[in-house]
Design a protein around this ligand. Structure first.
Ligand code: COA
Length: 200
């Protein structure tokens, strides 16, 4: 089964014959990303991160890398065919994030590492980031091998992720240039496992 046909992101309307006959772009569409989306992803990243701090979570080749290896762990929000927000994840197989997690996809891991969530500048503060992460977490519940989602973020964004149900794990071991991060996690399943490994 292809990634797209297995995806719960496509509404029935998009798959109906009536929809297939129509040639206009859908007003709003959620779907996994593919390597052809990498440039649109990177355009948003450049504005969101590089223009602010000179760094970004994933460079263009890394975006292509993850969208080739594990497109099913990404999610894009398109409006009239234009990418307005996205998430890129990969699998990780250790309790805590280390620098290897920034570049590796561990196919046998049970943890989804969310590398980046970003909303196009003109669409921020409209609830899109919260909606996208909610849909993504709902989707992860459909993947039997996923136990939890983890991410690292700057302290200022901890309240944003807490509102989406993430809990603080502790200071992240990874630093990028002068930036430090907090590691956060969201339990997908296996609550006993989560309790054993959570310090907070
Ligand atoms: C962070 C981001 C994804 C949030 O998406 P969004 O669609 O603007 O967020 P929502 O409209 O769903 O939620 C807005 C809430 O997030 C908080 N928030 C958003 N960006 C924030 C920021 N840079 N600093 C602090 N809080 C922020 C707001 O305070 C707001 O909270 P409120 O509802 O209590 O006012 C978006 O601002 C973005 O893409 N930023 C640049 C990239 C980035 O920093 N990504 C996160 C990497 S870990």
């Amino acid at each position: 089964m292809s990634v797209v046909s297995a995806s719960p992101f496509l509404s029935q309307d998009l798959e109906s014959p009536a929809r297939q006959r129509r040639h206009t772009l859908p007003a709003s569409e959620f779907r996994p990303l593919n390597p052809q989306d990498a440039i649109s992803v990177f355009e948003i990243e450049k504005e969101a991160f590089i223009s602010v701090s000179g760094e970004c979570p994933l460079h263009l080749d890394e975006v292509r890398h993850f969208l080739t290896l594990c497109p099913e762990l990404s999610l894009g929000w398109f409006e009239l065919g234009r990418l307005v927000a996205f998430i890129i994840g990969s699998l990780w197989d250790e309790d805590r994030l280390t620098t290897d997690a920034l570049t590796l996809h561990k196919p046998h891991g049970h943890t989804v590492h969310i590398h980046v969530l970003a909303v196009h500048r003109t669409f921020r503060q409209q609830g899109k980031g919260s909606i996208l992460i909610w849909r993504y977490l709902q989707y992860l519940r459909c993947l039997p091998y996923v136990r939890r989602a983890v991410l690292m973020c700057e302290d200022i964004l901890v309240p944003f992720y807490k509102k989406s149900g993430f809990k603080v794990v502790g200071p992240c071991a990874i630093t990028v240039a002068h930036l430090t991060f907090t590691e956060m996690q969201f339990a997908i399943r296996g609550h006993a496992y989560m309790r054993r490994n959570s310090q907070f």
